[in-house]
Structures are given as structure tokens and as C-alpha cells.
Write a protein that binds this ligand. Structure first.
Ligand SMILES: NC(=O)C1=CN([C@@H]2O[C@H](COP(=O)(O)OP(=O)(O)OC[C@H]3O[C@@H](n4cnc5c(N)ncnc54)[C@H](OP(=O)(O)O)[C@@H]3O)[C@@H](O)[C@H]2O)C=CC1
Ligand SMILES: O=C(O)C1=N[C@H](C(=O)O)C[C@H](O)C1
Length: 260
């Protein structure tokens, strides 16, 4: 593929605006469609896009992905709100479409969907380091801090981080983090796969995460800060270029960056 044609969903939003500008400025990519709320997503409105990038809202992102796939496009998703069930439905959709393609005369590679809870390199590295360190610590908690216009909590990044910590702890045979709390559970944050996650919303912030790992007499703190949404753009462009040759479902930019 010489030039990758890109359509952006949620194009008028905070991330969509920056994504359109980044695609327009990038070599080898061209922006062919900007869609937002109330725009129909089909082959016509996507204007021949090879890759659709979704930065919309949790309530609509899954439906957007199915519509983009039905229009024959690969999809990069930054929107939050995904769970095992919604990811499973997208994986099934991809299997069906790609099996039909393989059986036909069309020899183009299968379609791919890349869902990345966070495109920031500092965040992807923080999650990777946390997953690697988790097996060595008795206690693990996550604090995510965001701008107060964010509609969901805990953040998709914190959910992904907690899931990775939880999997590492389970593999190492660790017991649950010690916690003698008997009252006031509402002050202990959300339970995400057995890891406590605390969400802060504060004017002036963009997107930040701290992973606290504790042992008797010591603590490891892993912290990342996105001070500006420009921090997400290199990762978005990496994902757009990668998804066209990654058939099926990929969750997490760490797989594309060979960090997994
Ligand atoms: N993976 C990552 O690295 C990052 C992910 N995010 C995530 O991306 C998502 C978007 O964040 P952000 O840009 O800050 O949010 P915004 O609210 O600024 O943007 C969302 C945009 O989507 C539009 N929209 C709503 N419904 C639809 C629809 N059905 N079809 C198309 N567009 C629609 C909104 O329109 P209207 O305002 O008119 O409703 C708005 O323009 C969030 O889930 C956020 O958590 C954010 C930053 C980084
Ligand atoms: O809404 C945001 O701003 C962000 N959302 C993503 C999330 O929920 O993890 C990624 C980043 O934290 C910014």
C-alpha cells in the first residue's frame, strides 16, 4: 500500500482534532474523511479509507468498529469503554470477515483492529514495567489522574494496567494485596481484577498514572505524565501504519512496539 488513506471518527473532539492534524502532517498518510456525532459510517462516508481511527465515546465505539469493518476498513481505536464481551464480538466479526476474504479471489490481507487504551509511549512503558515488577511485591494499587471533562472512570489505561498486574500476580501465585479494611470501602477505590484503582479528576491535568508497589520496608512508584495530547500522536501514527498488516484483533500498543 503506497499511501494509507485515513478517516477519523470523533474528528471534532479533543483527540480527533489532534489526530486529523497529525495525519495531515504525516508522510505516507492522507486524511480522507472527518466524521463526528450523527454522521453515518459506511463505505460512502468513509471515502475509501484504508484505516478508520476512532476517538469518540464509550457508548458508541463498538458500533463504530463494526460499521467500519463492514465498510472494509482496518480500525485503530483509542476510545475507552471496552470489556471482554465487546472485544470478543469484534474478534468474531474479524474472523468471519477474514475467513470470507481468504475463501474469495481477493488476495488482500485480512482486516485488523488495534485497540490501544493509551497511545503515549510513557504510559505504554509504565504499564509494561508495572506488569514486569508486579510479581515481586506484596501490595499493588493504581492511581489515575485526569482532566475533569473525562466521562469515564477508572480510565481505560488504569483498567489495562490493573489487568496486567493481576495476571502477573496470578501467574506468580501471589495472595491478594493485604488489606484490613472493615468499613469505608467506598474510600478504597474500584476493584479492577483484584487491584484497587483510584481516580482523581482535577482541572489543569491531562492524563497521568501512578502504580504503587509495596513490600515490607520498601516501595516502587512508577509514574507517567501526559502533559499534552500531542504525546499520544506518535503512537496513533505507529498504530495506523501497523494495523494494515496485522489481521485480527490486537489489544495494546505494547504488541506493536514489541514490548509485550
Ligand atoms: N487511547 C488513548 O491514548 C487516548 C484515549 N482517549 C479516549 O478517547 C475518547 C475521546 O476522548 P476525547 O477526544 O477527549 O473526547 P471528546 O469528548 O473531546 O471527543 C469525542 C468526540 O466524539 C464525538 N462523538 C460522540 N458520539 C459520536 C458518534 N456516535 N460518532 C462519531 N463521533 C461521536 C463527540 O461529539 P459531541 O461532542 O458532539 O458529542 C466529540 O466530538 C475517550 O474515550 C478517551 O478516554 C483520550 C486520550 C488518549
Ligand atoms: O480521556 C482521556 O483524556 C484519556 N483517556 C484514556 C484512558 O481512559 O485511559 C487514555 C488517557 O489516559 C487519556
Amino acid at each position: 500500500m503506497t499511501e494509507i488513506k485515513v478517516a477519523v471518527l470523533g474528528a471534532a473532539g479533543r483527540m480527533g482534532t489532534q489526530t486529523c492534524a497529525a495525519v495531515e502532517a504525516a508522510g505516507g498518510l492522507s486524511l480522507v474523511a472527518r466524521l463526528d456525532k450523527d454522521d453515518v459510517i459506511d463505505a460512502g462516508s468513509l471515502a475509501g479509507a484504508d484505516v478508520v481511527v476512532d476517538f469518540t465515546i464509550p457508548a458508541t465505539t463498538e458500533a463504530n468498529v463494526h460499521a467500519a469493518l463492514d465498510a472494509g476498513a482496518h480500525v485503530v481505536v483509542g476510545t475507552t469503554g471496552w470489556d471482554d464481551a465487546s472485544r470478543g464480538r469484534v474478534a468474531e466479526h474479524l474472523e468471519r470477515l477474514n475467513a470470507a476474504r481468504a475463501g474469495g479471489s481477493d488476495q488482500t490481507p485480512g482486516l485488523g483492529v488495534l485497540i490501544a487504551p493509551n497511545f503515549g509511549l510513557s504510559a505504554v512503558l509504565a504499564m509494561t514495567f508495572a506488569a514486569k515488577a508486579a510479581r515481586y511485591f506484596e501490595s499493588a494499587e493504581v492511581i489515575e489522574l485526569h482532566h475533569p471533562d473525562k466521562v469515564d472512570a477508572p480510565s481505560g489505561t488504569a483498567r489495562h494496567t490493573a489487568a496486567a498486574i493481576s495476571a502477573a500476580r496470578a501467574e506468580a501465585g501471589l495472595a491478594p494485596s493485604p488489606d484490613a479494611t472493615e468499613t469505608g470501602w467506598e474510600a478504597r477505590g474500584a476493584d479492577v481484577d483484584g487491584v484497587r484503582v483510584h481516580a482523581v479528576r482535577l482541572r489543569g491535568l491531562v492524563a497521568h498514572e501512578e502504580i504503587l508497589l509495596g513490600n515490607p520496608g520498601e516501595q516502587l512508584v512508577i509514574r507517567q505524565d501526559s502533559f499534552d495530547r500531542s504525546s499520544f500522536m506518535p503512537g496513533v501514527l505507529v498504530a495506523v501504519r501497523a494495523v494494515v498488516s496485522r489481521p485480527g484483533l490486537t489489544v495494546g500498543l505494547e504488541h506493536v512496539l514489541d514490548l509485550a
